[in-house]
Each structure stands twice: as C-alpha cells, then as structure tokens.
Design a protein. Structure first.
Length: 402
C-alpha cells in the first residue's frame, strides 16, 4: 500500500511538473502574443505619426497653395489691369494716329490748294515766287515735322510690340504656374485619398477587435458559469465525503462498543476485525475514488483557469497573475515537499504502530481476550483517524492547488 501511495504521489508530482511546463508554455505563448501586440501597437503609432506628419505637410502645402493662389490672383488682377491699360493705350494711340492722319490729310489738301493757288497766281504777280519759296520752306518744315512724328509713332509701335511680347511671356509663365498648381492639387487629392483609406483600415481594425472582444466576453461568461457549476459540484462532493466519513466513523465506534461488550467471543471479534479491515479497505478505495474525482475536477478547473487566463487577462494583469502563479507554485511545491516528508514520517509511524500492534497482539494472547479487544479497537480507531487525517490533508492540498 505504501509503495502504491508513493507511486501515486510520484505520479501526482509528475503531473504537477507537467502542468508547470504547460503553464510555462502558455506563458511563453502569451509573451509571444504580447510581443506581437506591442509590435502592432508600435506599427500603429508609427502609422499614426506618419499620418500626422502627412497632415502637417498637407496643411503646409495647402497654406502654400493658398498663398500661391493669392499671389496668382494678385498677378491675374495686375495682368488684367495692365491689359486694360494697354488696351486703353492702344485705343488712344489709334485715335491719336487717326487724328494725325486727318491732320496730314488736311495739310496735304492745304498744300494742294496752295500749290494750285500758286500756279494760278504765278503768272500774275512776281512776288508770287517769293511767296512760293516761303511756302516751300513751310512745306519742308511740315514734312520734317511729319517725319519726326512718324519716327515717334514707329518707336511707340516698337515699344508696344516689346510690351506685347513681355505680356505673352508672362502669360506663358502664369499658365505654367497654373499647371504646376493643378498638379499639386492632384497630388494633395491623392494623399487625401490614401489618408482616408488608412483611416478606414484603422476603423475596420478597431471594429474587428471589438467583435473579437465581444466574442471573448461571451466565452468568458460561459466559462464562468462552468466554473461555478464545477465549484458547486466540488462542494457537494466534499460534503458527501464528510458525511460518508462521519457515518463510517459512527459505525466503527458502535462496532467498537459492541466488540467491547462481547468479551467472551473471540471468533466474533476476529470476524468483526475482518469486517473492519474490509471496511477500511473499502474506505481507502472510496478515498482513492474520491481522489480520482478530485483530480479530475482539479484538471477541469485548471483547464478552465488556463482558458480564463488566456481570454480575460490583459498584458499587465497577465504579468501580475503570472508572478502570483509562480509564487503560488513555489509555495505549492514547498507544501508538497513538506507533505511528502509528513507522509514519509506518517508511514514510518504506521510501520511502528504495526510493529507495536503485532507485539501487543503477542502479549495479549497471554493476558486474555479483553486486552486483545481493546488493542484491536484502538488500532481500528487509530487507523480510522489516520484515514480521516489523510483524507483531510488530501482535500486541503487539493484546495490549495486549486
């Protein structure tokens, strides 16, 4: 029996080690997931910073675009004003040219009239030659004035042509600047579209996370309900075990009294002793079955705890609970070691008691049936007490492990 118990405790210890390894594995997986989550958060922060930088650049570009637009509007206003002034200047020049042409035509008519008059009066008066010379001088002076005016008009036309060329060059430059501004508008529109797409992706990612969180919350509620049911079943099982032990203890006490009352019947005592041994074995088997049931419940609870830890814990609480679990595991290992020492000591005590009982039986064969009955009853009571202590210790250790 002791070897079987040692093997059972070794197997339990191995199972605890396996559970520790599983917990460590889960911790490593959670650490990996937390690292991935941190990387995603860093990428998200980088994307947000990039979006902010792009927004700043967009604001700067929009400000520059507005300034350029203002400058362009001012340039267009100046261009329109200069064009209006130039149109007025051309109209005035045309009017002045028409006026001068009219004056020239009038002068030509006057010259024609004067020449005709001179030809008419040439034969009449000798002084007409002198007048003709004066008129010719006046005509030459008028022609010189006309030539000067024509040169001035040509210079003005040349200046107008140069002004028109400058305006044409300036108009081409403004068209080029408008094309550049239009290109900048297209680039800004593309950047806005990319930013909107990124914002939509971020919103979709947040929605997916919210859906997953709701799903995890539902699973958590179901697991909480399962955990409560298991705890309720565990309490019922412990209560049943306590009642069973109390009932068995009462039966054993009654039978011990009956054995004390039946001092004359050694055979009946032996039969009762055999029955008590059977009861003890049955109790041990029931305790083993209860240990198996408790172990199954412990496994289920540990699986539920692992699932709960994987679902509900955030990063900081996970770290805290991991530290707490490590501390609890260290305490449990220490308790298990202490409990193993206690078991070894108790096994030694049981061996010593068995030796003492065997010696007591040998001595009681000579002293009579009464001492034998008392020693048997004491041995049965001590065995029941030891079984009770063992069951209580197992329950306490199982609760501590839970």
């Amino acid at each position: 029996m002791l070897q079987e118990k040692d093997e059972q405790w070794k197997s339990k210890k191995d199972q605890i080690k396996e559970k520790d390894q599983m917990r460590q594995k889960i911790l490593d997986e959670f650490q990996q997931k937390s690292d991935i989550l941190q990387q995603k958060e860093l990428k998200l922060t980088e994307k947000q910073s990039r979006v902010k930088d792009l927004e700043k650049q967009l604001r700067i570009k929009l400000h520059e675009y507005s300034e350029r637009q203002k400058e362009l509007n001012q340039i267009m206003i100046d261009y329109n004003n200069e064009r209006d002034e130039f149109d007025l200047f051309i109209i005035e020049a045309k009017n002045e040219k028409d006026d001068r042409q009219k004056e020239i035509d009038k002068i030509k008519e006057q010259i024609a009239k004067e020449t005709k008059k001179q030809k008419d009066f040439l034969g009449r008066n000798q002084n007409a030659e002198h007048r003709m010379k004066e008129q010719e001088e006046a005509m030459t002076k008028l022609t010189e004035d006309l030539e000067l005016k024509n040169k001035k008009m040509q210079r003005e036309k040349q200046w107008q042509r140069e002004k028109v060329q400058e305006i044409e060059i300036w108009r081409r430059e403004t068209i080029k600047e408008e094309e550049d501004i239009q290109q900048m508008r297209l680039q800004i529109a593309r950047r806005r579209e990319t930013i909107q797409k990124k914002e939509i992706n971020i919103i979709d990612w947040a929605k997916r996370n919210l859906v997953e969180k709701n799903k995890y919350d539902g699973e958590k509620g179901a697991l909480d309900a399962q955990k409560e049911n298991l705890e309720r079943e565990d309490l019922e099982l412990t209560e049943k075990l306590r009642r069973l032990k109390r009932r068995e203890f009462d039966e054993l006490a009654k039978k011990a009294k009956i054995i004390e009352g039946q001092k004359d019947l050694l055979k009946s005592l032996k039969s009762e002793e055999a029955q008590l041994n059977k009861k003890c074995t049955q109790l041990e088997l029931e305790i083993q079955s209860m240990d198996v049931m408790i172990k199954n419940h412990m496994d289920i609870k540990e699986n539920l705890d692992l699932k709960m830890l994987g679902l509900e814990l955030s990063e900081e609480m996970w770290k805290k609970k991991c530290d707490e679990q490590r501390r609890i595991l260290a305490i449990e290992k220490q308790k298990l070691d202490d409990y193993e020492q206690k078991l070894k000591q108790r096994d030694l005590n049981l061996k010593q008691q068995n030796r003492e009982l065997s010696e007591q039986r040998k001595l009681n064969k000579d002293n009579g049936f009464s001492s034998i009955k008392r020693s048997r009853s004491k041995g049965v009571a001590s065995s029941t007490n030891s079984l009770r202590l063992r069951s209580n210790n197992i329950m306490n250790s199982s609760k501590e492990i839970i």
